[in-house]
Design a protein around this ligand. Sequence first.
Ligand code: PMP
Length: 448
Amino acid sequence: MAKLTFVKSQQLIKQMKKYLPGGVHYNFRYSGKDTIIPFNKGRGSRVWDVDGNEHLDLFCKFGALMVGHGNQAYNAKLIDYMDKVLSVDQCDLEPIVCERIVHYVPSAEMVRFCLSGTEAVQNAIRLGRAYAGKPKFVRFRGHYHGNADNVMGGKPQSTDYPTPMAYEGDFLGTDGRAPHIMEDQSFMLPWNDFAALEQLVNRYGDEIGVIIMEPICINGGGILPKPGYLESVRQLCDRHHITLIFDEVITGFRTALGGAQSLLGVTPDITVFGKALAGGALPVSAIVGKKEVMQLYVDQKVIHAGTFNGYPLGLAAILANIELIESDPSAYKRMSNLLFQIGSSLVEAAKAVDIPMVVQGVPNILVFHSQAEPLTQPEGYDDNTKLRDILITRLCKEYGIQFSPISRFYSNLLMEESDVQFFRDRIGDTMAEVKKLLSLFEGNSLAA
Ligand code: PMP
């Protein structure tokens, strides 16, 4: 397949750069040289850019897009509800939607809605600290919890008092951040290392109110918890009266209607959802938890607010998403099978040109790494792997394959066998070009 050309895109991007800093709305991993492609049509797993080029959308809006583009059943339900009522303080969908979430999610007895994952995490930490009555939280290397000063960046330091510390190129070193907020509020450790966590809690358990983690570490590279790790963390939290929070912003509703916790069999005290919760078209996040925890809101002990919290269209979108999944019993199996085939084709295409490649993660959320062995520790890859992954992601874009940043890829309810074929038709030529570029660096470190 030939490489795509982006004439109109480039004109549009020029205009965008006039108004949007860098032409984009975020600057994570954005180098200024990334290919930005504006789209104006989507059907199923395909999107079309302004030049009319067709792409396979494995990006799925950072994993949010669950229902697929142009999903008529979903769209119709949204339009119906919009016609019914637009913006009111409370609407008749609230008990219906919350009942469904409580039915499926083991940790959910009550639900509060907000808009973004970042916001839900911050509120969950506040709630968790209040429930435990202790001021600090523990988080882990490679786990992402949103765009807020107290959770973004840092790496564990191996001292007796492991507050997060900045490293070269880290977000923690960027300007304008609230000074010392992360160091004052939190500890940071390597994940999947129970001994390290137990040691920390034995020392500082009187200060630690919350332990927060992605139960499956997608942001750090698609890593599963070691057998028994989550169970041990759960018991540790119970022993030391620490609130356990699972950040299921990525895994929620994408792995199962009950979230990753329903598959892993460990129930946190609080869970946050976002992204795929409302199907992908609208921003809704949720904080769910045990009644005893959520009672703190009822008693006005903990504050939570937001103009658009529980907005009707968002609730209609959650309901439409859940109903679509419920009415399609083989949905998760089908989506994961198709995504797995795409992952296998990537590995084959890479191997055909002698580029190392592994694909890992969980059904419906896969992550690739250009290295010989699966990643076992979040962000445990070396700089050469990272650069190869970025190069592959970039070149794929130019051949019509859209991966999500940090090498992730997602399926959706409308994905079909023909999407796998679309991928196969393009990935061979893409990897051949990747190989050509890599050979220019042969003998040298890419990262040098
Ligand atoms: N938690 C996790 C696990 C996430 O992956 C993200 C976003 N990538 C967030 C929280 C933040 O969500 P948002 O971007 O909606 O603020």
